[in-house]
Design a protein around this ligand. Sequence first.
Ligand SMILES: Nc1ncnc2c1ncn2[C@@H]1O[C@H](COP(=O)(O)OP(=O)(O)OP(=O)(O)O)[C@@H](O)[C@H]1O
Ligand SMILES: [Mg+2]
Length: 397
Amino acid sequence: MPGHSRLAVRRLTLTDFRCYQSLRFECDGSPVVLVGPNGAGKTNLLEAISCLAPGRGLRRARLSDIACRRSPVVGQKVGDAESAHRWAVAAEIDGAFGPVSLGVGWAGAGEDGKEKRETRIDGQPVGYQSALSEHIGVVWLTPAQDRLFIEAPAGRRQFLDSLVFAFDPAHAGRVQAFDKGRRDRTKLLREGRADAVWLAAVERGMAERAVAIAAARLDLVARLAAEISAADGPFPKPLVEVRGLLENWLLAMPALDVEEQYRARLEADRPTDAEAGTAQGPHRSDLWAALGQDGPEAAQASTGEQKAVLIAMVLAHGRLLTRLRGAAPVMLLDEVVAHLDGTRRAALFESIRSMGAQVWLTGTEPELFAPLRDMAQMFLVKDATLTTTPIEEWPRG
Ligand SMILES: Nc1ncnc2c1ncn2[C@@H]1O[C@H](COP(=O)(O)OP(=O)(O)OP(=O)(O)O)[C@@H](O)[C@H]1O
Ligand SMILES: [Mg+2]
């Protein structure tokens, strides 16, 4: 694509990240295919990249579970929990503002006993993980999401928010700030004799963020719906909606009224929320989808159809960002290719080609990726090492 600046990971250094004690790996901006047997380390590598997006990565892992279990504890007392939990991902990326190095990792337990994540941009620690999304968007689809439409709303909300992060970097900071407000409020309510002025200020802040969060989700979903309906090809054209108290209010009244109404709701709910935490808000919203105009709700569709809905959404999102920003996010598609029939597989490859995005694909069988021969890089993953596959060794379609 002429004049196209792609968002891409160019170099990745993993230290004690799951099965990778130490991995240094370079690639160019084109799509990456990771092929290898079960248990080779393909998903772990994608997980490392997903840690460059706000949140807990594609496994939603606890920070302390990520560290390499076999890591030798050099120069430390055996059983020293701090060093046993240490891990790091460092990436050189082609970001929205040009090349930049991003780093994330374990930063020990804080004074409150909670595990802390360290985030660095060009070597400098930054206080907020959400700062990463200014530079790069990362979205993913994994086999764990095959039941996304059947399971609890939290997974759908996180999926939706990851699409919003890549579109509107400020969204991640708002979600973090809202969640902090929620924790502060619950604490104040439980303390009983809460400082009324402070409590009111916390609730005002929450209301302001809640409206911005809901508005950003509505905006993204509306754009996504338009992009999906404009698409042609073998993927379904799902109907998608975000449903939640504030989202619904925003469709019916001005944002300032929604903010005041939600603030008043928080104030009214104080007695019950003191027990159970904040009952209402954007942390309860849900992503709804149906297979098409007359199709079933996604939750009632077949496993393959549900997956196709998610793929259609991710591809539409990539096209949307390519059109609006000139660059799609980095897309991590774990084990997606093997589950598609031939027609859809060809359509996926065609989408990847036309978006020019750095899409990461994994699989156990190299043959399936033959059509990408002229536009992707293939690496063999085995026992936590990566070997590049020269073009003459690529399977031919
Ligand atoms: N914290 C950890 N420390 C060390 N090894 C780990 C850790 N967490 C997971 N592993 C191991 O990493 C290995 C690779 O896992 P991964 O999920 O990346 O495999 P994969 O290549 O995606 O396999 P599949 O094709 O089955 O999906 C597994 O054997 C797993 O047990
Ligand atoms: Mg895997």
